[in-house]
Design a protein around this ligand. Structure first.
Ligand SMILES: N[C@@H](CCC(=O)N[C@@H](CS)C(=O)NCC(=O)O)C(=O)O
Length: 407
């Protein structure tokens, strides 16, 4: 067993905060300039604090790919906590996203995308072209087949098979649409606006169908896998990408429940995801070298150090009870050597493992390494689990204590 490092020793492995404003796409920024002066800003995006809302992700990706300077104002989604009154005063329904463009407030993600396209020009193929319209309809068809399968309680074995086959048939139509071009994309010249419209739900389908249905989207549909691989090669996409653990547990309150099929593969994949192992190849096929991994471990460490006092204060074991186990897990993260945590800390370590939110807190790969280190440390102390993750809400994920500026 390795010796548990002190906070001062751990801090020696931290990396400096990246440039949130002009650097790579990230969930923490409140201002994005892409090298322009602040006076060039014409856009404010109202987006959810968790960087989880699929409709916000479309707009977020579009602005990032087009490198349009913009401000971000973050708003709490209902299932994580109370909605900010200043936002309700502007958008009484409280729905996200919203966008201010040259002083005009616009809601509804598709309306927002069209307004942005008209003001700044399309990203590749226009969203109003016949081909894009057909693809957008296909995206909604796939969405409906997914919802029917994932969110219908009490399906019997025959209905589960039927729902699976309905989904498969529409996913095959998406594959056909993808094979119309020589590139991995829906339009030939790089990711276009219509590709971005597919991103949020294909990402959520990929995660939730593995977890609840044992259906491995990327294995079943090679053209969709090629499309994901091409996306993952882009740093801009990776900055917005969530992981399977976050999606599997953030979807139920949003969707009104997600229901597992009686499929042994679903149970195996769900357990692997819950333990924080990640699903290599299904979740991401972005290759990471040993060097990348070491850096990602240090990024995870730095994110924990930044929020250390709040993390300890809100933890069920309390600051004094969780200080040593957390340092033990972080030591493992950095040194790859197992450290013994204080007795009785397994549930507390797993509580944190289950409450890392991607990309709100850190990138996918950093979170995977941190979850793995927390689990490996917890195992030294036994099999006790943290409080179950709620399925009707995620108030356990209220980000307010971690915000740098009051709302
Ligand atoms: N049709 C809307 C749907 C937007 C939507 O459903 N947003 C959800 C989040 S994913 C929302 O704001 N829900 C209220 C809340 O969670 O606070 C659009 O495309 O913009």
């Amino acid at each position: 067993m390795a010796e548990v490092l002190s906070w001062e020793q751990l801090a020696e492995h931290a990396v400096p905060e990246p440039d949130r404003v002009n650097g790579p796409t990230n969930a923490q920024a409140e201002l994005r300039l892409f090298g322009h002066p602040e006076s060039a800003i014409r856009v404010t995006l109202y987006r959810d604090l968790h960087a989880w809302c699929p409709y916000c992700q479309k707009i977020w990706l579009w602005l990032e790919f087009k490198r349009i300077p913009y401000r971000i104002r973050k708003v709490t989604m209902r299932c994580y906590g109370a909605k900010e009154p200043w936002y309700l005063a502007q958008v009484p329904s409280g729905m996200l996203p919203a966008l201010e463009l040259d002083g005009e407030l616009i809601t509804e993600s598709d309306v927002i995308l069209l307004a942005l396209e008209r003001r700044f020009g399309p990203l590749g193929m226009s969203l109003e072209s016949d081909q894009a319209l057909a693809n957008r309809q296909l995206e909604r068809l796939l969405f409906r087949a997914w919802c029917l399968w994932l969110c219908s309680p009490g399906l019997n074995a025959r209905q589960q098979r039927q729902a699976r086959e309905q989904f498969r048939a529409i996913a095959q139509r998406v594959e056909q649409a993808l094979s119309m071009t020589a590139s991995p994309w829906l339009a030939s010249d790089g990711p276009s606006g219509v590709d971005l419209i597919f991103v949020p739900y294909l990402e959520r389908m990929n995660a939730s169908l593995a977890y609840y249905k044992g259906y491995r989207l990327r294995q079943e549909h090679p053209a969709i896998d090629r499309w994901f691989c091409a996306l993952e090669a882009l740093e801009t996409y990776r900055g917005t990408q969530s992981d399977f653990h976050t999606h599997a547990h953030d979807l139920p309150p949003q969707m009104g429940g997600c229901w597992p099929d009686d499929d042994p593969m679903a149970a195996v994949l769900a357990e692997t995801i819950d333990q924080g192992q990640g699903l290599v190849d299904d979740e991401t096929r972005w290759p990471s070298s040993a060097e990348d991994e070491a850096l990602m471990g240090r990024i995870a460490l730095s994110r924990v150090l930044k929020h250390r006092s709040r993390l300890l204060a809100v933890h069920p074991l309390g600051a004094s009870g969780f200080d040593q186990p957390l340092r033990a897990a972080l030591t493992t993260l950095i040194t790859q050597q197992i450290c013994l945590p204080a007795s009785g800390s397994a549930a507390g370590l797993r509580y944190l493992r289950d409450r890392i939110s991607v990309p709100r807190d850190m990138p996918l790969m950093a979170a995977r390494l941190l979850r793995q280190a927390l689990e490996a440390t917890a195992r030294c102390d036994g099999s006790a689990q943290g409080a179950p993750i709620p399925v009707n809400h995620r108030f356990d994920q209220d980000p307010k204590p971690f915000q740098s500026r009051p709302t």
